[in-house]
Design a protein around this ligand. Structure first.
Ligand code: OOG
Ligand code: MG
Length: 256
């Protein structure tokens, strides 16, 4: 049996991102399942690395009910972060570089050492050196931000850009911190880190496990995004976005 054309699908997704124009969903028509979708994601990111980008981390997706409900997909997924996606805290992104960007508040972890997939759960404490408030800019390459599970996995889980706020030591409890997303000083989303699989540390363990199943090991120095606690909000030109996480502080970006 001939499987889906992994390279061809990766090429279409890369071209959509480069052109800044959406494409139709691909999975149903090409017979893409979850395994093949992660193969597309690996190929798509490999092409970005071939252009000189570096892998700098891993991101989780759909770790909260708010996010699952917003996009109508209810499985935890993960994607890859490259240095090109990273924007300095307080920095400016150009809306024109994206198709239909949305922003969401996140919690980021900084890895101190390479965790072992399958290690007992205590691993978070020894693998993570610091935590920070963060903003993820997601930008589905699919029209109307509409996709199936394999579609969004193939599309590197809508990864677009991310901002990490100031790193701080991991506080005792991370499981019930208030989360706000502000646009131009107005609070537009309110949540709690409890929404992220009950505790963002659990998202970390899930990420290590799920990526490990596909042969991807997290590395020292990588950033790990635990997944948004609230729904994402469309990013408009001129917007000033802040994600605030109780005890951790804030990360911000501006859209030009
Ligand atoms: C998929 C990516 C989800 C998160 O934090 O849940 C994600 C999407 O919503 O387009 O990054
Ligand atoms: Mg996210």
């Amino acid at each position: 049996m001939i499987g889906p054309d992994i390279a061809g699908i990766a090429g279409q997704l890369v071209a959509a991102a480069d052109r800044g124009t959406a494409i139709g969903q691909l999975a149903a028509e090409t017979g893409l399942d979850v395994d093949a979708a992660y193969a597309v994601q690996a190929e798509l990111v490999r092409r970005r690395l071939d252009r000189g980008e570096q892998l700098v981390g891993l991101k989780m997706g759909l770790t909260s009910k708010a996010k699952m409900a917003q996009v109508g997909v209810d499985e935890v997924i993960w994607g890859r972060l490259t240095d090109r996606m990273r924007v300095a805290d307080g920095g400016t992104i150009s809306i024109g570089d994206f198709i239909h960007p949305r922003v969401e508040p996140e919690v980021a972890f900084l890895l101190d050492r390479q965790p072992e997939p399958g290690e007992p759960v205590a691993e978070f404490a020894t693998a993570v050196r610091a935590v920070a408030p963060a903003i993820e800019l997601i930008d589905s390459r699919y029209a109307n931000f509409t996709f199936s599970l394999p579609d969004v996995i193939a599309d590197n889980t809508s990864a677009g850009a991310f901002v990490v706020g100031p790193w701080c030591p991991v506080p005792d409890g991370l499981d019930n911190l208030g989360v706000l997303l502000e646009i131009d000083g107005q609070v537009t989303q309110v949540g709690s880190t409890a929404a992220i699989l009950g505790d963002p540390r659990r998202a970390f363990d899930e990420g290590v496990r799920l990526a490990g199943q596909r042969g991807v090991r997290l590395r020292a120095g990588w950033v790990f995004l635990a997944g948004a606690a609230t729904a994402a909000v469309a990013l408009r030109p001129g917007a000033h976005v802040r994600a605030v996480v109780e005890k951790l502080g804030a990360a911000s970006l501006r859209a030009a």
